[in-house]
Design a protein. Structure first.
Lengths: 112, 115
């Protein structure tokens, strides 16, 4: 089955700086890679996703890049704000079971 | 408002006492799923359902049961809970996964403590 590794586990940045979270996956057949943001006491919320036929996708301050050859994808947040503080999860779709396999999460802290 | 609703949000109980966590979605989604979230392990899938009366095991199904008698509901059943099932549980739903790769919508979670 699919295996997703996520780094770093914690990340602290100053407000206005950029933050980058990286994930690698093992199943070369995976074709869908969403990113979720989880705030305290809430369920994960989709913030951006990318499909395997695209190398990069951007939505305002958030962007995701995908390198299919190396089997890794990254989340980039620019001009970080305190409200970006949360736990972020990457995931990959396991084409065998149609399930999402999640990374272990990154706790992002944006210091004002 | 489109949502996935879980109940209860918090539960403290004792080993061996059967419990059910309910999940309901109002988006007419075919696909529903249960995950557990543990520190350092992310979210791991317990069971999923492609449609009414169709359920299958995820990565960590031991000790859990599910049912899908109606499209909107997908309860998680712990017949004889044990302390290692203490965790944060999430229900999720989406249109049937396929080429469109629709995102999953998550509930706000149920924190279970088994003493």
């Amino acid at each position: 089955g699919e295996n997703v590794e996520q780094h770093p586990s914690t990340l602290s940045v100053q407000e206005g700086d950029s933050a980058v979270i990286k994930c690698t996956y093992s199943d070369s057949a995976s074709n869908y890679f969403p990113w979720y943001k989880q705030e305290l006491g809430k369920g994960p919320q989709l913030i951006i996703d990318i499909r395997s036929n695209v190398g990069e996708k951007k939505d305002q301050r958030i962007a995701v890049t995908l390198n299919k050859t190396a089997k890794h994808f990254s989340l980039h947040i620019t001009e970080t704000q305190p409200e970006d503080s949360a736990v972020y999860f990457c995931a990959a779709r396991d084409t065998g079971r149609r399930a999402l396999t999640f990374g272990s999460g990154t706790r992002l802290q944006v210091q004002p | 408002e489109a949502q996935v609703t879980q109940n209860p949000r918090y539960l403290i109980t004792v080993t061996g006492k059967k419990l059910t966590v309910t999940c309901s979605q109002n988006m007419n989604h075919e696909y529903m799923s249960w995950y557990r979230q543990d520190p350092g392990l992310g979210l791991r899938q317990i069971y999923y359902s492609m449609n009414v009366e169709v359920t299958d095991k995820g990565d960590v199904p031991e000790g859990y049961k599910v049912s899908r008698k109606e499209k909107r509901n997908f309860p998680l059943i712990l017949e004889s809970p044990s302390p290692n099932q203490t965790s944060l549980y999430f229900c999720a739903s989406s249109p049937l996964p396929g080429s469109s790769n629709q995102p999953q919508h998550f509930g706000d979670g149920t924190r279970l403590s088994i003493l």
